[in-house]
Design a protein. Structure first.
Length: 292
């Protein structure tokens, strides 16, 4: 990437961003959840006052660090069943009134033909840009047909994120163009703009099997989750749980195509291409949206 990219990256990855603080808190919660770390301990970990952390975290996720811990730690995630129980089944236990106004991301999608995929992007122009998001820096990639790629990275990881995403379609032409990607980023991360009457256009570029898995992911509502085996059965391949897991891991349009709502056989939060801590962060952010 060029010098302009380096300047751009510096501009969009300010030190002390909310996400970085929240990421560190979620990481500590994830590692030490059995010890039930107190607000004071969490605040000391990130150099915040308890009151300051409480306000920051609640503003960001829509619930307190304590409620987040109870709602989305591993023990709670494991209670989900194959058929897909409400992701926030535990919300009643932490004093919430239960899911109220439900926000969800309405998308319209199409898939490129198998022939298009086999050319590895030849003849395709992909415009890309980096944008701040609730989950770190988002690399957004678009074609003239819609959103084609969305990945996340921490500050300083832009080059690796681009290499990972561009390797999926190595023969495409890549153009850095934030003016093309900014409208997508603005819509993706603003629940107030998630409207079925103005759907977000997404183009899925993958094998036929991958596309079927990704289409199944798009059917999982924000307040639910499904296991790999349930998704395999849904697409007519009940013995292909492992292949489903691989397709989920290869999903190029994270968050929008909600691979974070896919769970392991026992309902456990399994690996996530952009980091398990980020997966927990996304689920927690969605928890705040559902409970408002």
């Amino acid at each position: 990437m060029n010098a302009h990219s380096a300047v751009l990256q510096k501009d969009i990855t300010p030190e002390g961003s909310d996400y970085e603080t929240v990421r560190r808190v979620i990481e500590k919660i994830s590692l030490d959840f059995r010890d039930q770390p107190s607000l004071d301990e969490l605040a000391a970990e990130v150099g915040e006052t308890p009151m300051g952390l409480q306000k920051l975290f609640t503003r960001w996720a829509g619930l307190s660090p304590k409620a987040f811990l109870q709602a989305v730690t591993l023990n709670h995630a494991r209670r989900l069943l194959d058929e897909g129980l409400p992701l926030l089944e535990a919300s009643m236990e932490v004093g919430m009134s239960g899911p109220g106004r439900l926000h969800d991301l309405f998308v319209t999608h199409e898939a490129m033909s198998p022939g298009d995929y086999k050319t590895r992007g030849a003849g395709l122009t992909i415009r890309y840009g980096y944008h701040l998001s609730p989950f770190g820096v988002a690399l957004v990639m678009v074609t003239d047909r819609g959103l084609a790629g969305l990945s996340f990275n921490d500050a300083g990881g832009e080059r690796e994120a681009f290499a990972d995403m561009s390797s999926r379609w190595p023969n495409a032409a890549y153009v850095e163009d934030m003016s093309a990607t900014a409208p997508y980023a603005a819509r993706i991360f603003d629940p107030a703009r998630w409207r079925s009457e103005e759907p977000l256009r997404v183009v899925l570029i993958g094998t036929d099997f991958q596309v079927r898995v990704w289409q199944a992911l798009l059917k999982i509502p924000m307040h639910k989750a499904k296991t790999y085996s349930a998704i395999a059965g849904e697409i007519g391949a009940p013995k292909a749980s492992r292949a489903v897991g691989a397709a989920i891991g290869a999903n190029p349009v994270s968050f929008v195509v909600p691979c974070h709502r896919a769970l392991g056989k026992s309902g456990a939060l399994t690996g996530y291409h952009w980091g398990l801590t980020r997966k927990r962060a996304i689920l927690g952010w969605e928890a705040g949206q559902v409970s408002t």
